[in-house]
Design a protein around this ligand. Structure first.
Ligand code: G6P
Length: 344
């Protein structure tokens, strides 16, 4: 067991460190010129998934719609299966294990509605790859820890390649170097942020655009392995309810990257501070405002939007991991959870 952990304390830690390789290998294996033509031509795209894989789908939706103006929708597989929306064309099932019962059922449902289906999975010969018309395999390698990490960034590698194909290679250069950016944030030790989180009653994660699903995924990682209640929110929605819960015991983690919504995010952070919540802000290094406004500022190397999505995710994984370690949790096998949910 200790040998298989390769000197790391937990599989999750090892798998976090394997992410640059998982991203790069997957990127290489899914070159945009080899993608099936029905994926490259679909006028709209529908995605089904569960858990972290659902969040990967949501990130894809934001990035695809913004970069290529191709409409996409993402459904929880468990909803799609019973309430199939009127989709046509292409349905993508995202599933690390390829065995999640709800995702398999949704993909069968899509086939029954005459949609073309594509599976994105980590496991050769998995049920998802047998159901789908075509499969794109991630190259994340075996993931042991229940909480998804490297399979998540590998899913994003495939999904970003699909966007790159639709954008005629516009993002090739950026994607080719993205693994180095992931590498650069791996050694970050968010100690001050861990100190704020470990005694929290509840933690809110906020972001806008693609950083909204990044917030959802960060919160999911935190609750899965630390058992602290955590919720991801679209930053503009905080005032429609969660404001009532803000206090010094409810830190807010804000992902605030330069771009169109930077100004409103800064306002959101000030609103949280004014209501007594400590704020941990993830932003771009050299940010002029965040170090002064936030209690803890975590600088991410300056990068393209796609890369910021990846680096902010990785930092939130590390924060969840370090917090769970500080609390002495069972990191790789959190209570009541399974790696692959093969029943409904
Ligand atoms: C379980 C795992 C999650 C995973 C989800 C979907 O809940 O604990 O980490 O995201 O299933 O799994 P899949 O294999 O379909 O991606």
């Amino acid at each position: 067991e200790e040998v298989r952990k390769g000197g790391f304390d937990h599989y999750m830690q090892k798998e976090i460190y394997e992410q640059p390789q998982a991203f790069f290998s997957t990127l290489r294996a899914t070159d945009r010129r080899t993608l099936p033509s029905f994926v490259c031509k679909a006028p709209s795209i529908s995605l089904v998934a569960c858990g972290s894989s659902y969040h990967a789908g949501l990130i894809f939706k934001y990035l695809l719609e913004e970069s290529c103006e191709i409409p996409a929708r993402v459904d929880f597989a468990s909803e799609f299966k019973y309430f199939p929306p009127p989709v046509e064309g292409l349905v993508i099932g995202i599933t690390q294990s390829g065995e999640t019962a709800d995702t398999l059922a949704a993909m069968k449902q899509a086939r029954a509605h005459n949609c073309r289906t594509l599976a994105i999975t980590n496991i050769l010969g998995s049920s998802a790859s047998r159901i789908a018309d075509t499969t794109l395999f991630m190259r994340a390698g075996p993931e042991i820890s229940v909480a998804a990490t490297k399979s998540f960034v590998a899913q994003l590698a495939v999904l970003m390649q699909i966007i790159n194909a639709r954008a005629e290679g516009r993002y090739s250069e950026i994607l080719l170097h993205a693994h180095q950016a992931i590498e650069n944030v791996l050694l970050m030790d968010p100690e001050a942020a861990v100190d704020l989180c470990r005694d929290a009653k509840s933690i809110f994660y906020i972001g806008r655009g693609p950083f909204y699903p990044v917030a959802l995924e960060g919160a999911l990682k935190m609750k899965e392995i630390s058992y602290i209640h955590a919720e991801g929110y679209a930053a503009g929605e905080l005032k429609h309810g969660p404001f009532a819960l803000l206090s010094p015991e409810t830190p807010v983690i804000a992902i605030c990257i330069p771009g169109e919504t930077y100004g409103v995010m800064v306002s959101n952070i000030k609103e949280c501070k004014a209501r007594g919540a400590p704020v941990i802000a993830l932003g771009s290094e050299g940010d002029p405002d965040l170090p002064d406004i936030a209690d803890v500022f975590i600088p991410l190397p300056k990068a393209h939007l796609f890369v910021h999505v990846l680096t902010s995710l990785v930092v939130l994984q590390i924060l969840a991991y370090r917090t769970a370690v500080a609390l002495g949790r069972d990191i790789d096998k959190p209570r009541n959870l399974a790696k692959s949910v093969t029943v409904e």
